[in-house]
Design a protein around this ligand. Sequence first.
Ligand SMILES: *Cc1c(COP(=O)(O)O)cnc(C)c1O
Length: 382
Amino acid sequence: MRLQDLSAALLDLDASHRLRRRAALESPQGVDVVIDGKEYYAFASNDYLGLADHPALVSAVQQGADRWGAGSGASHLVAGHSQAHEEAERALAGFVGREAALLFGSGYMANLAVITSLVGRGDAVFADKLNHASLNDGCLLSRADFHRFAHNDLAQLERLLSESQAPTKLIAVDAVYSMDGDVAPLPELLALAERYDAWLYVDDAHGFGVLGAGRGSLAERDLNSERIIYMATLGKAAGLSGAFVAGVKPVIDWLINKARTYIFTTAMPPALAAAIPVSLRLIREGEERRERLRQLIAVCRERLPASCSTGSATPIQPVIVGSDEKAVAIAQILRDNGFWVPAIRPPTVPENGARLRISLSAAHEPSQLEALLDSLIPLLTA
Ligand SMILES: *Cc1c(COP(=O)(O)O)cnc(C)c1O
């Protein structure tokens, strides 16, 4: 794209209801946010447990900064690795029941790291069609043969695996699909990984903290295997920022040596790492929050019309409306009524799959959700 073409291309995006604009919060993340001086009930963040502004977590970051300073100053392999990172990694590995864990600056970087380090030219990756963009980018960057199977289609996946002669195979899935809220059939995927000698890479960005008593989607299904590599982000239910990969020790040692998004980037601030054990404690003690979430989820499942829902049993409750224009219009009406719910459009979701993405937080009052649904549901049939 040349400079002289950008303005026209942006106008085209706007005309097709695909121009993205950012809203700047004037408040901390939470269920009551202020934007442009106006208060909204927000159903938009991934802060599922309401921890992003939790006093204990805020204070842990403050104390972390007092103890460790503001910045890490270098990459992990050079001089930026601290005891705060070490302790966080030990705590994370223990929490999810794996041998070892490795911290990353973000889930995006963790996904690039794992896939590009384990597969390369001549190998093969098998990815669900609804996987997060960062998994897809990792697959593309790896230069492995990139096979995408229809969403949760185990038969198609098995066909692709059985036809592959690749020396290393890797199956990559979201454990909870970020725009649909449904879950991957992890036990069946593990069985296929075993049958075809493949890695199973599980991105649990939306399950960690929420499912499996907070320990995530593997714990929920009681799955453990040397061939599973687990990734969860710390910027969603955990209320912080960053991500970690967990698995057997040789995998973690390999990533430390080979993963370019680990090696060539500055370590996360140690103050943040120091807050991770506190986040894990809040997650562990968060059964009441998870119970509140389950109640909110039940309300959505009861009230949202089946014709536009995905049957999600997680805090991600999409309302599929189809056209971009309709999604944007409904989001605007909701905004006028004091609700912040993002309209999600292609390419984040498939064509004609534009939707409102309601995301629930344990900090929502049931009355806030009822008010949102009272406002939204009549718009769906209009
Ligand atoms: C948010 C998300 C990521 C990226 O994690 P960040 O820490 O935000 O970079 C990766 N995978 C999935 C499924 C996600 O939802």
